[in-house]
Structures are given as structure tokens and as C-alpha cells.
Design a protein around this ligand. Structure first.
Ligand SMILES: [Zn+2]
Length: 358
């Protein structure tokens, strides 16, 4: 069994690195649950090694548990593709430290049938597969992409994906999740109104020149079943910079079952970036989190491989994204820090409470 106990040993060193965030904050060193991580796949993938390394990286910043899930590929891309079956060993070997979501197969199904072609037979296949994933112990369904821009830094295979947010299979997924009482983890790059492709995304030819508006269709999905709990991932650091604190506040006010998970690989001046360029949580984000303390989670979006965080962790190969989460939690007022660090994840995903050795 690999590292089933969470240890505090390296956090002292961490506080030297993050001294500004650590000084005097009562929230420092709270154990964290990362609700959004992946294994790096592709040719030569080695998930057992990736697990070993993931647990080491988690120890370094105080992540007690991670929710591993397949990324939302638009089709079965050979060795890039995996689903919950390929992750089961991790939940077994790192019991208590890893829980699983599944659904890349569902994402492929959604992205490969036009709304008007969703027959009863298609629905039956979809329902059977979703139930099979949940019957394997998935604590949620994800990662599911509605709109996913291709980021040049993530490589030429990083897909551009777009479907209507009120696609009949997404509505069906919402109903299934409500029935089985599990959340859905969504990737949804928000486009309030048609917008030209931002210059930074132009190097990747997979992206279209114009990004079509998707907010209204997304609202229809969120309203579809009042019992469905959604986790809209990657707030705080995103390519389109459309989720400013004001926008996030409005969405959370309007949709009571909507939650968001923070990815904070880097800081930036944009209001949509939760961290400032020097890595501090911005005051208006502290205010927003404090106003909705039960609606935010952590979700690093790390892609682990045998060498560490292969992608999605800030600079190539760095664990900057994980350290960003630690800085975020340590900067929160004590009254809300525990909820964001782990409490909301335990409640939303119905996880066993953390057993922490101090
Ligand atoms: Zn994502």
C-alpha cells in the first residue's frame, strides 16, 4: 500500500517558500483535498509511477487526498485515452488518499452525436455506461467538456471541443447525476457573447477564429434539474479570463447547486485571475469566497507522471499550481479556510472525513 497516511513533515519547508502566505495565518497548513487531477497519458504512459510521484507532490504541499479523473477527450485517442477502469488501481493502492471520478467515455459519446440524433437506443447506451462508472465507485462524473479551448502550451493534441450545453445527453447526464446523487465536474470555457479568439490562443490552429456565445445554453443545463450538483472547474486561472469575481458572484447567486473549483497555476493582473502576479490571493477574491464559503473547492488540474506534474501545473514540470492552492488556502480567513480546503469536497463528494496525523 502506498502512503496511506498523510504526513506533515515537509510543510515547514513549504512555509519558507511561501513565507508571505504562512506568517501568522491561522489557516496555514490545513490539509487540502484536490478535487481535480489527472494522470498524464500518451505513449509510454506509466500510471503506477505517476501515482507514486503524485503522492510525493501531494505531501509537499499538504494535499491529503486527490480526486483523479480522466481528462475530457473528444474521441478515443489511443494511449491518450483512459477512463475509471484504468484508475482503479490507484484508489486501491492509495486508499484514503485517492478517490475517482469517471466519464471520458461519456464525454466521447456526447461529443459524437448531434442533438437531433439522440435516439432512445443512444440514451440507453449512455445510461448504461454512466451507471457502470458509478457502480465502480466513482464519487462523481467527469471531467465533462462543454466548451474547451485548445491551449498551445498543452501541446498539439490538446483538443478544441464545443457542444451545446443543453445537448440532450448533457441534460440526461444531469438527471442521472441527480438520481445517483453525485456531482458532475464540468470544463466550460465561458463565452458571454460571441468573441474573437484571444491572441494567445491563435498559435493553435484547432481553435476557431470566433468563439460562439455559450452562457445562455449553459444556464438551461444548470436549471434543468434542481437536484443536480455541478462543479465548474478551473476558476481563478483560465484562458478566456471571463470569470471575474463579479461574474462568478452572479452565477453563484442565480444557481444554488453550482460550485466552482480553483485552479491557480499562476497569478496575473486580470480580474479573472485569483492570484496577483506575485502569488497572493487578491482581496476581492477573498471577499467573494467569504460570501459563498460553501461553494468553492480546490482543483489543481495537475497531470501527474513519473517525473512529477507533467502538465497543468504552471511552468512545465513545476508544482507551482499545487503551491498556488496552498497559498490560496493560507490566505483565507480561518472561518472559511477549512471549508474550501477540504470540508466542501467531503460534503459534496460524500468522502470519508480526513484522518490527519498531527
Ligand atoms: Zn478541464
Amino acid at each position: 500500500m502506498l502512503g496511506t497516511e498523510f504526513r506533515w513533515g515537509r510543510l515547514g519547508a513549504l512555509c519558507i517558500v511561501l513565507s508571505a502566505a504562512c506568517t501568522g495565518a491561522a489557516s496555514q497548513n490545513l490539509p487540502m483535498i484536490d478535487t481535480h487531477s489527472h494522470f498524464q497519458a500518451g505513449k509510454g504512459r506509466n500510471f503506477p509511477e505517476a501515482l507514486t510521484r503524485a503522492l510525493q507532490e501531494m505531501d509537499q504541499v499538504g494535499i491529503a487526498r486527490t480526486l483523479l479523473m480522466p481528462p475530457p477527450l473528444p474521441k478515443d485517442q489511443g494511449p491518450m485515452y483512459y477512463d475509471i477502469e484504468d484508475l482503479q488501481f490507484a484508489a486501491r493502492e492509495a486508499q484514503g488518499r485517492v478517490a475517482l471520478l469517471g466519464g471520458s467515455s461519456l464525454n466521447v459519446m456526447i461529443h459524437n452525436v448531434a442533438p437531433q440524433d439522440v435516439t432512445e437506443a443512444v440514451k440507453a447506451r449512455f445510461i448504461a455506461r454512466a451507471n457502470a462508472i458509478l457502480d465502480q465507485g466513482a464519487v462523481g462524473l467527469g471531467e465533462i467538456a462543454i466548451h474547451h479551448v485548445s491551449i498551445p502550451a498543452m501541446g498539439p493534441q490538446h483538443a478544441y471541443e464545443l457542444i451545446a450545453a443543453d445537448h440532450p445527453l448533457l441534460l440526461l447526464l444531469a438527471d442521472l447525476a441527480a438520481e445517483r446523487d453525485v456531482p458532475i465536474d464540468l470544463h466550460m470555457d465561458l463565452v458571454p457573447e460571441d468573441m474573437p479568439l484571444p491572441a494567445v490562443l491563435r498559435p493553435n490552429p484547432l481553435n476557431p477564429d470566433t468563439l460562439p456565445a455559450n452562457a445562455e445554453a449553459f444556464k438551461r443545463l444548470l436549471r434543468h434539474n434542481p437536484k443536480t450538483r455541478f462543479v465548474w472547474s478551473h476558476v481563478g486561472f483560465e484562458p478566456l479570463l471571463t470569470r471575474s469575481p463579479e461574474v462568478v458572484r452572479a452565477w453563484l447567486q442565480e444557481f444554488p447547486t453550482l460550485h466552482m473549483s480553483f485552479r491557480v497555476n499562476r497569478g496575473a493582473p486580470s480580474p479573472a485571475a485569483a492570484l496577483s502576479p506575485d502569488g497572493r490571493l487578491k482581496p476581492n477574491w477573498v471577499n467573494l469566497i467569504s460570501a459563498f464559503p460553501n461553494r468553492f473547492l480546490l482543483g489543481s488540474d495537475s497531470f501527474y507522471d513519473a517525473a512529477g506534474v507533467a502538465r497543468g501545473g504552471g511552468e512545465q514540470g513545476s508544482n507551482q499550481g499545487l503551491r498556488g492552492l496552498r497559498a490560496l488556502v493560507n490566505a483565507l480567513p480561518p472561518a472559511v479556510a477549512e471549508a474550501v480546503a477540504s470540508g466542501n469536497a467531503v460534503r459534496l463528494y460524500k468522502l470519508a472525513p480526513l484522518k490527519v496525523e498531527r
